[in-house]
Design a protein around this ligand. Structure first.
Ligand SMILES: [Ca+2]
Ligand SMILES: [Ca+2]
Length: 473
């Protein structure tokens, strides 16, 4: 691999809206825009008390609790990160390159991480910032894809001594057509490729997972990832690999060593065939069987995979698809399982949008339930632990990248309220007020992914209300 000479970066111009560099404590600022009105009112009630009056301790204490439980990030702007970042090219061969991330925060840099910038605001005027109010801690996202490079720096844990890709299962052994000759001890955690043409699909799952939970490029950078490798290096999968993959998810979810959860997320940035013509399967698994398994998992399953409303539940997030004639007549989504979105509460079919806040013309329309950024998306690759997808060939666009943005948002919501059902998650995510500039009923009504903090507010108000009641007794 030939590394391109690093360009000398111009002297960066720090974004004045961001926190000062490490080691310098920012001047405490509680601006009106950062501090919720109701909390200010509570503080004013305390401040306005007549002098010399003894204020019951419970009153300011309750106000303090209320303010910080309802709006824990109110104390500053530390949880805003810049999405304006520099990248540099890494040449792989004459027709392929990768990229490195050279730092963020320079206000003159391109809006490289616009996909994050866009989802924390309701209109198209991007501000170059993403508010990491919640990081998705405690949530598990299953990525059914081509494998996830667990050692990539994007998945490093907080301590820096391990990966947040906590498990991986490869169920593609039955799909021999299109499989690479490269070898790996476990392709679900260490995907490989024998030539750069295979790199495109071999890196797909890593790209997708990084958008869910990557430290720099991900929506929920404390979420945990489980890699379910259902597609090989040619992105081929059958209903048999899907069904086996879903069974692995259930068994992993109930494993006593798995972090406990009530609801998890399953991201599917692909589609599946019942059988491959040259891949013999005398008794192929039917679409109906996979659909039933998905329905069961949404509503709850026990450790053996049987329906149980008190069991583990799973929200499914599926890319609307756009490749290989993935849109049917009139451009409507017609690939399995994306076609299930409109029918099933708890399975969301995701379409695409551009940085210009418009339709992404490469995506299907019709059958979509929500849109998310899908054009020019910067995500991790597998040529090195600090590499990202390059622009040669330019494979940074697709609804494959939109779906994990929604999965990341679901992880954030679950982190704030772990008891949300898949149906409630879909309702919250698709009830967004955010729109593209040219909404159209055939394209999810133009609804754009938006990270709301509503569940945290509801939960906190409830708990703080209880606290106030106790204190006032
Ligand atoms: Ca923003
Ligand atoms: Ca749905």
């Amino acid at each position: 691999m030939l590394l391109a000479p690093r360009e000398q970066s111009p002297t960066p111009t720090p974004d004045p809206r961001l926190p000062t560099p490490a080691g310098q404590l920012p001047t405490p600022q509680i601006s009106s825009c950062h501090f919720p009105r109701f909390a200010r009112i509570l503080f004013r009630v305390v401040q306005d008390a007549p002098k010399n009056q003894v204020i019951p301790l419970r009153r300011p204490f309750a106000a303090f609790l209320f303010a910080f439980a309802v709006y824990p990030a109110a104390a500053g702007a530390q949880d805003f990160v810049s999405t304006r970042c520099h990248e540099s090219e890494v040449i792989l061969d004459a027709t392929h390159n990768a990229a490195k991330l050279d730092g963020c925060g320079d206000s003159s840099a391109p809006n490289l991480l616009w996909h994050l910038d866009r989802i924390d605001q309701q209109d198209g005027a991007l501000d170059g910032l993403y508010r990491r109010h919640d990081l998705g801690a405690g949530t598990v996202v299953y990525v059914m894809d081509t494998g996830v490079m667990a050692t990539h720096a994007e998945f490093a844990n907080d301590a820096g001594d391990g990966s947040r890709v906590i498990a991986g299962f490869d169920v593609t052994r039955g799909v021999t057509i299109g499989s690479s000759h490269c070898t790996s001890a476990n392709k679900s955690l260490a995907p490989c490729y024998s030539n750069t043409n295979e790199l495109i699909e071999a890196s797909h799952g890593t790209s997708v997972a990084s958008l869910v939970a990557g430290k720099n490029v991900g929506v929920a950078p404390e979420a945990l990832i489980v890699s379910i490798r259902v597609m090989n290096e040619s992105a081929l999968a059958t209903t048999r690999t899907y069904l086996e993959g879903l069974n692995r998810i259930v068994s992993h979810a109930w494993d006593p060593s798995t972090p406990q959860f009530r609801t998890a997320v399953v991201n599917i940035s692909g589609w599946v065939l019942e059988k491959l013509a040259s891949n013999h399967d005398a008794n192929p698994v039917t679409f109906a069987a996979v659909e039933q398994k998905i329905r069961d998992m949404i509503n709850g399953v026990d450790a053996t995979g049987h329906p149980d409303p008190n069991g583990k539940r799973f929200l499914f997030v599926v890319a609307g698809n756009n490749v290989d004639n993935g849109c049917g007549r009139a451009g409507v989504v017609d690939r399995f399982p994306a076609i299930l979105g409109k029918e099933i509460d708890g399975l969301i079919t995701v379409g695409g949008m551009t940085e210009e806040n418009s339709w992404w013309p490469g995506a299907c329309h019709g059958g979509l339930e929500i849109l998310a950024p899908s054009q020019g998306i910067f995500s991790a690759s597998i040529t090195a632990v600090d590499h990202y997808r390059g622009t040669k060939p330019n494979l940074r666009s697709g609804t494959s990248f939109a779906a994990p943005i929604i999965s990341g948002i679901a992880a954030r919501l679950l982190s704030e309220n772990p008891n949300l059902t898949p149906q409630e998650l879909e309702a919250m995510i698709t009830s967004t007020q955010s729109r593209i500039i040219n909404p159209d009923a055939s394209r999810a009504d133009g609804k754009v992914a938006f990270v709301r903090d509503a569940p945290a507010v509801i939960t906190a108000q409830h708990s703080v209300g209880t606290a106030i009641a106790r204190l006032a007794r």
